[in-house]
Design a protein around this ligand. Structure first.
Ligand SMILES: Nc1ncnc2c1ncn2[C@@H]1O[C@H](COP(=O)(O)OP(=O)(O)OP(=O)(O)O)[C@@H](O)[C@H]1O
Ligand SMILES: [Mg+2]
Length: 346
């Protein structure tokens, strides 16, 4: 058998073994094959290195460490540079195959461990959210009962205290819901309840909601819907959740006296609709734009930062839109404003 054909066959064998994730077998077979079948080529898995006769070697790595090397010796005095090149290339390829096979095995192990950890995390989150929500419901319920007491209703100071309890309690409730929502989406355990809906009323309600917050900051709110009659198949609750997230952000990150708005239109291809939430606010640098869709990311993450929130709004929104078969994207310029667009298939 001439050398190149033989090497070719051996390579194919290793390749197929590596695809079956069998690094140990490959290593053993490789050593045996090289030692017994083709001693002529002088390949060896050398435990001791450097071997004075080695003319070429290639290190083999796991993800973190070197686990061996493949060497080609020159004790048989290869005649030509061409022969040496074949051997060098073969060794290099075998090293790569072995490396890939080993890394794939490591990866599978890591994936299994991650899946296990995720399961614990889900149970933990489900239990925690139940444990937190139950006393919180009691706190909020009792605050409401207190507010209805005539002697408290007449006392502005006490009414204010109760207001603070309710505000903080509701904030905490939102936070727990966000965390639970995100972890469910992340674990693919979140399902949409899609139906045929008209977007117009959802947009109007969302705009009304954000207007209240915007007015406090003297922010002007604009709304334009080019396709008010348009129907789409979507989960109304989730679309509203996304809209509110985006509109809240626009109000939060726009200084007093600025503007924000919502524009609904159809793509010229007629296959999708676009909802654009824009503002004339602080904007986001190109560098930060890459990060904001990750969970818990806030551009200003100092403890003394002036904006409230957990950094989950955009991460949840992006996933919800993707679950609808759509996309969420941003264009923004620092100190000029931002535009967050989501496209939904009709
Ligand atoms: N319209 C915007 N203008 C400027 N920065 C924005 C805008 N929208 C989002 N960001 C930046 O992206 C970050 C992530 O937004 P996201 O909505 O995920 O979190 P958040 O609003 O801080 O908290 P949450 O929505 O969970 O209450 C924000 O903290 C802010 O730094
Ligand atoms: Mg937000």
């Amino acid at each position: 058998m001439n050398t190149p054909t033989f090497l070719h066959d051996i390579l194919l064998l290793f390749l197929s073994l590596s695809q079956q994730n069998q690094p140990e077998i490959i290593t053993r077979l490789f050593t045996e094959a090289m030692n017994s079948l083709v001693p002529d080529l002088g390949f060896a898995f050398a435990k001791e290195f450097p071997d004075p006769q080695v003319f070429y070697y290639e290190r083999v790595f796991t993800q973190h460490n070197q686990f061996g090397w493949i060497t080609a010796g020159d004790q048989y005095q290869y005649q030509t540079e061409a022969q040496k090149t074949i051997i060098r290339n073969t060794v290099r390829m075998l090293a790569i195959i072995l490396e890939h096979a080993t890394q794939r095995k490591e990866l599978q192990k890591t994936n299994r461990e991650l899946a296990e950890a995720l399961k614990h995390q889900e149970t933990f989150l489900a239990n925690m959210s139940h444990e937190l929500r139950t006393p919180l419901a009691a706190i909020l319920g009792n605050a409401e009962l207190l507010r209805m007491q005539p002697q408290i209703a007449e006392n502005p100071k006490q009414t204010r205290y109760i207001g603070t309890i309710e505000e903080s309690g509701n904030h905490l409730l939102e936070l727990i819901n966000d965390i639970l929502n995100y972890s469910k989406i992340d674990a693919n355990q979140f399902s949409l309840h899609k139906e045929k809906i008209q977007l117009e009323p959802i947009c109007q309600q969302s705009i009304l909601y954000v207007k209240a917050a915007a007015e406090k900051k003297h922010i002007n709110v604009e709304y334009r819907n080019d396709i008010p009659e348009q129907l789409i198949i979507a989960d109304p609750l989730r679309i509203k959740q996304v809209l509110l997230n985006l509109l809240n952000n626009a109000a939060k990150f726009t200084p007093a006296g600025g503007q924000l708005g919502l524009k609904v239109s159809k793509l010229s291809s007629n296959s999708s609709i676009v909802l654009e939430v824009w503002d004339t606010g602080i904007g986001i640098s190109p560098e930060d734009q890459k990060k904001i869709f990750h969970p818990f990311v806030q551009i200003d993450h100092r403890l003394e930062r002036k904006f409230e929130g957990t950094g989950l709004g955009l991460a949840i929104s992006k996933r919800l839109i993707e679950m609808h078969g759509g996309t969420l994207s941003i264009t923004s310029e620092i100190n000029t404003g931002s535009s967050l667009k989501f496209v939904l298939p009709i």
